[in-house]
Write a protein that binds this ligand. Sequence first.
Ligand code: TXA
Ligand code: MG
Length: 350
Amino acid sequence: MSEIGKAAEPLQLLQDVERAAGLLRAGELVAFPTETVYGLGADARNPAAVAKIFAAKGRPADHPLIVHIPDATHLDRWARDISEAARALAEKFWPGPLTLILKRQPDVLDAITGGQDTVGLRVPNHPLALELLSAFGSGIAAPSANRFGRISPTTAQHVRDDLGEGGNSGVAMILDGGPCAVGIESTIVDMSGPRTTILRPGMLSAMDIGLFLGRMPAESAGANAVKASGTLEAHYAPRTPLLVMPNDSLPIVLRDALVKQERVAVLATFPAPFAHPLIEWHVAPADPAGFAHDLYANLRLLDSLGCVRIFVEKPVGQSWQAIYDRLKRAAAGSSVKSAHPANQKEETRQ
Ligand code: TXA
Ligand code: MG
């Protein structure tokens, strides 16, 4: 992770981690980097500290939080009735972008579980997060460090822009670990019952999990799913209306926008077929890992340009599933009403 070195000198980082652990012990909120997105952390055993997360994010109180733990040996402090398959997944993919939903221990706070009988656990794969967890020595409850419903942060500056730092922001400190390597949130796998179900796709794919377990997990529990803000339809949304569409529809909608003299933004994996002052064309990496790494920073950038709409090329293929999931939610959250026939199929599906 060479990007981390740029944020601060190693000694300074260790001092920052110690300070951050002290703030967590004192019941304060600390934002910290993970390999997926930045988290807004609080001592998961302290109800007053956990309440501050909901206040700072503007998040509904019944939405459960992921507890980040230093390593898999902490599993039994938070969860019970853990299957061999769940332990094997933890051994294989932790630290990493995998959240396991398991039956909770009775002493886990209701504010963490949203009053459910389960708890979400994960060991993040980021050196600063792991340092912080080992210095703190217990579970850190942390949702993504953004205002509720907005785009998740993948840099410390994104957190600062969204929530602020110090003063009366509620965020005592932001640990800067550079840009997040993965860029979209962890894969959430429910292993609390007899079935293994993916509640939220991530860059650790259903296929990776299925190949390891020797059976494919079920995907998303649909309308009966437990409440999970990452599974709400409208989420990860920029303020500018966003539309996802097949690349061959792009020229049509762009012509439309130009006729109306609208300034629009495009996120695509290929260069603009023509240049025009009203079109802000942004080329994204053509591979899923690269696209995911840059996705939220790209959406924030395009959202800041004051365009009427953002058009995003619809990704195609299994390895783009988690990215498409986030794009659909961003589109749903931006409540687009477009008359163009090319968009209608997409919109009705959201
Ligand atoms: O990559 C990630 O998972 C990031 C980093 C910071 O670890 N965290 C994250 O947290 O995305 P958040 O709160 O933005 O999304 C976590 C999702 C939410 O949709 C939450 O409802 C769900 O996990 N969740 C947590 N505990 C759960 C539980 N017991 N049952 C079902 N869903 C749960
Ligand atoms: Mg979130």
